[in-house]
Design a protein around this ligand. Structure first.
Ligand SMILES: Cc1cc2nc3c(=O)[nH]c(=O)nc-3n(C[C@H](O)[C@H](O)[C@H](O)COP(=O)(O)OP(=O)(O)OC[C@H]3O[C@@H](n4cnc5c(N)ncnc54)[C@H](O)[C@@H]3O)c2cc1C
Length: 426
């Protein structure tokens, strides 16, 4: 079969790998001039490693991702350092990177709240019944079972940070999946995520997968036999097509999809993201912390501050200290239209809260990455509203972050859904 894949993110590349191995003729169309999609990165000439445009790491539980890396023979390049994650309470940062340290977090108070935190955590780790949990919002469930103090200190900031105005609408299965599937050890690839994506693309090319970079697909149309893909003003016929873009884009690319499938795509909600990466002359955290969970109601202008060089040594970046400041935001938020310098001016007073000595002249360079589609929002009974991977148009398949469920989206699940789509196409 002649197969087209739209998108050279982790999902598209994983699907291409399996389809090619099964003997099909595979072409990937990628609008960007690089592979890796949302997990791609960039590099300054004096850096040995790239940094991700949007901060990324793997969990030890990312079995699909780590399994694929093993299949590609690249497992010796995976690193699991032990960075420090912290949470704010009364203007002080407390360790937050193991269940034990979370239990000691003073924001929980003592006595009954600690016990409720422990029982809720244990229950969520043990249960597999996410279908019951998706019928209720995380806000309602946590208030009822974890109690007001535990919820407001531990879980509500996470929900608000990720989902902003939708935080009360997110279902409890999402929260369950976060707690169930994530380990506290965090991993990365030697050279950065872009290095992995480039090595993966190299293997695909060796297998004779054609990867067309800078090839934006404009439309996909049904033909008498097969599908026609239009890119750069030219149309080409394929037996099957897999799209890995956002649901909105899928709806635009294929307006011939039946009305109820299109409606389902357009009704899915998601958040965008804006992430600033800074190269600094000095470290920001005096204590060597990696990940600061920043509660939005404390007035910080971002959700997470991540000092990447407390995870990956600064020597890989020519001695630069790399810091990310990022947030998940609804479309139309002012950060999407602010210039990089305006955003930096907004963030500088907050950087001084992390280190009072921080000053503007520590900043060597900044980069700001923005995406409209960063985090799907799973509402109550989301499983009933997920578009099928096999669309009603014969030969046309769709695999996006919005169909990853009940797990929270991530490169691990992009690989999983890409491979699942490939199995269905085969
Ligand atoms: C802020 C942030 C932090 C994250 N942190 C982590 C993390 O720590 N760990 C983790 O595992 N995951 C993380 N993720 C999630 C992870 O990046 C995604 O789940 C994963 O990269 C999705 O892969 P994908 O292939 O499904 O989609 P994408 O990576 O979005 O790939 C789709 C591709 O399609 C291309 N495309 C779109 N339209 C067209 C068109 N018309 N024609 C041709 N090509 C097109 C795009 O350019 C893109 O390359 C994070 C994401 C964000 C935004």
């Amino acid at each position: 079969m002649k197969i087209a894949i739209i998108g050279a993110g982790y999902g598209g590349m994983a699907a291409a790998y399996d389809l090619k191995k099964a003997g099909h003729d595979v072409t990937i169309f990628e609008s960007a001039d690089y592979v890796g999609g949302l997990a791609s990165g960039f590099k300054e000439p004096h850096w040995n490693w790239s940094v991700e445009k949007f901060y990324h790491h793997w969990f030890q539980s990312d079995s699909e991702m780590l399994g694929l890396i093993r299949e590609l023979g690249l497992e010796d390049k995976v690193r699991f350092p032990r960075p420090l994650t912290v949470m704010l309470y009364k203007n002080k940062w407390y360790p937050f990177d193991s269940i034990f340290k979370m239990a000691l977090f003073p924001g929980l108070g003592w006595g009954i709240n600690k016990i409720r935190f422990g029982f809720v955590g244990l229950f969520l780790r043990l249960t597999n019944n996410w279908r019951a949990l998706e019928k209720v919002t995380a806000d309602e469930w946590m208030m009822r079972y974890a109690g007001k103090q535990v919820y407001e200190q531990m879980w509500k900031p996470l929900l608000i940070g990720k989902f902003g105005p939708y935080y009360k609408d997110v279902n409890m299965a999402w929260m369950w999946a976060r707690i169930k599937a994530r380990t506290t050890r965090l991993g990365t690839f030697e050279g950065g995520f872009q290095k992995f994506a480039d090595l993966f693309a190299e293997k695909l090319r060796e297998q004779r997968v054609e990867i067309r970079l800078g090839a934006r697909v404009e439309s996909i149309k049904q033909e008498q036999a097969g599908l026609s893909v239009r890119s750069d003003g030219k149309s080409e016929s394929f037996d099957k097509v897999l799209v890995t873009s956002s649901p909105n884009l899928m709806a635009k690319l294929c307006p011939d999809l039946p009305e109820n499938y299109l409606k389902g795509l357009l009704e899915l909600k998601s958040m965008g993201a804006v992430v600033m990466t800074l190269a600094l002359k000095q470290p920001l955290s005096k204590d060597g912390y990696y990940w600061f969970n920043v509660p939005k109601d404390e007035g910080y202008p971002f959700l997470a501050l991540v000092e990447h060089t407390n995870f990956v040594p600064k020597e890989n970046f020519g001695g630069d200290h790399i810091v990310y400041a990022g947030d998940y935001l609804e479309l139309g938020h002012e950060y999407f239209s602010m210039s990089d310098d305006e955003l930096l001016e907004r963030f500088i007073p907050a950087f001084q809260k992390f280190n009072p000595e921080f000053s503007r002249d520590w900043v060597k360079k900044i980069w700001v990455s923005k995406t409209n589609y960063a985090q799907p929002v799973p509402l109550v009974n989301h499983s009933e509203n997920i578009p099928e991977i096999q669309t009603p148009i014969k030969g046309l398949y769709f695999a996006s972050m919005s169909q990853v469920y009940p797990w929270d989206r991530g490169t691990n699940f992009a690989v999983e859904i890409g491979r699942k789509a490939a199995r269905m196409m085969k």
